[in-house]
Ligand binder design. Structure first.
Ligand code: NAD
Ligand code: IPM
Ligand code: MN
Length: 353
């Protein structure tokens, strides 16, 4: 198979981990006789430096024309001024919107060899295998009005949480669909006791639940969910939730896996290329030292193979190699080991079969 992959390494550790995920993709292509081409484009802070904007038309059209997009991370202290007119994160949001990527899949598993890497007790982590389906192009991130307004000598800042029924329906439908090939349980997370968007969400979830009698549906308030994620994470199968809640709950869920550096994600839309990226950011505190954990990016490459290129065998092979490397005790510093980014990726490549 011939595929065109666009890479958007971004800022901070983004380029460090993306380079290693690309090496893994090249290795699996060689093993299985595929031909992948890679074209790199700027996004985020590096694009601001070069072009004055976080996402150029050129980058967006290259992504649209690709078979799949592999992203590193954007942002950093250099661009953190809260009053700056352009910010790296705008590029990320614009590319998600521009590619229509409304669904962000964030799988979380506890690896038996990493149970002691988490501050959560090992007995609680056993059997954790959950999938967060995060709505990605709606809610507080995109609702209007949004902005700062000068009124009567005061500054007012506004964000709007907004959802249309069709946006809620399509993400919930996907969650039900994904649950059918898993343990057939959906937890719909909302804040229906306070938010109107959540009451619409819960109403639609209830209706769709009736049409999916083979899947058990539960509703959970987001504050409770954040607690249950730590006290009884193994009870979750598919968690479906709106944009902001999903962002926050998945950083929390990374603690179950053992490190922020381990979690991958797939952002999917209706047709068009998917975008694959680790859930972590640019990690300015460790950037430039070659010590970032590349596993989140490598597992995102596995999701790229599975959902982006429909290469299930190749995706499973990469995941198995990662599992094996971890079982064999290979660790970057975030997990208490001493391997560099490159050495960790090499350990995965060496275990590809
Ligand atoms: P972060 O995810 O970058 O880092 C949080 C902590 O996790 C840090 O201590 C970091 O060292 C550690 N960490 C993250 N990834 C790691 C890895 N692969 N290996 C080892 N340790 C890792 O979050 P932050 O520091 O709050 O944000 C930094 C910047 O990244 C901000 O500008 C933020 O907006 C941006 N950000 C971007 C994305 C993205 O591009 N998808 C995601 C989250 C945050
Ligand atoms: C993520 C990040 C982004 C988000 C930021 C950087 C815009 O935190 O991908 O999880 O909030 O979606
Ligand atoms: Mn996040």
């Amino acid at each position: 198979m011939k595929s065109r992959i666009v890479t958007l390494p971004g800022d901070g550790i983004g380029p460090e981990v993306t380079a290693e995920a690309v090496r893994v993709l090249e290795a699996i292509a060689k093993h299985k006789g595929h031909s992948f081409s890679f074209a790199e484009y700027p996004l985020g802070g590096c694009s601001i430096e070069k072009h004055g904007v976080a996402l150029t038309e050129e980058t967006l059209s290259a992504c649209k024309a690709a078979d799949a997009v592999l992203l590193g991370a954007v942002g950093g202290p250099k661009w953190d001024n809260p009053t700056a007119p352009v910010r790296p994160e705008q590029g990320l949001l614009a590319i998600r919107k521009g590619l229509g990527l409304y669904a962000n899949l964030r799988p979380v598993r506890s690896h038996p060899a990493l149970l002691d890497s988490s501050p959560v007790k090992a007995e609680i982590l056993e059997g954790v295998d959950l999938l967060v389906v995060r709505e990605l192009t709606g809610g507080l991130y995109f609702g209007e009005p949004k902005g700062r307004f000068e009124e009567n000598g005061r500054t007012r800042a506004v964000d709007t949480m907004e959802y249309y029924d069709y946006e809620v329906e399509r993400i919930l439908n996907l969650a039900f669909c994904l649950a059918k090939s898993r343990r057939k349980k959906v937890t719909s997370v909302d804040k229906a006791n306070v938010l109107e968007t959540s009451r619409l969400w819960r109403q639609i979830a209830t209706e769709l639940g009736k049409g999916n009698p083979d899947v058990s549906l539960e509703h959970m308030l987001v504050d409770t969910a954040s607690m249950r994620l730590i006290t009884s994470p193994a009870n979750f199968d598919v968690i479906v939730t709106e944009n902001t809640f999903g962002d926050i709950l998945t950083d929390e869920a990374s603690v179950l896996a053992g490190s922020m550096g381990l979690l991958p994600s797939a952002s999917l839309g209706e047709g068009g290329p998917g975008l694959f990226e680790p859930i972590h950011g640019s990690a300015p505190d460790i950037a430039g030292r070659g010590i970032a954990n590349p596993i989140g990016s490598i597992l995102s490459a596995a999701l790229l193979l599975r959902y982006g290129l429909r290469l299930e065998q190749e995706a499973s092979a990469v995941e198995a190699a990662v599992d094996k490397a971890i079982s064999d005790g290979l660790r970057t510093t975030d997990l208490g080991g001493g391997l560099t980014t490159r050495e960790m990726a090499q350990a995965v490549i060496d275990r590809l079969v």
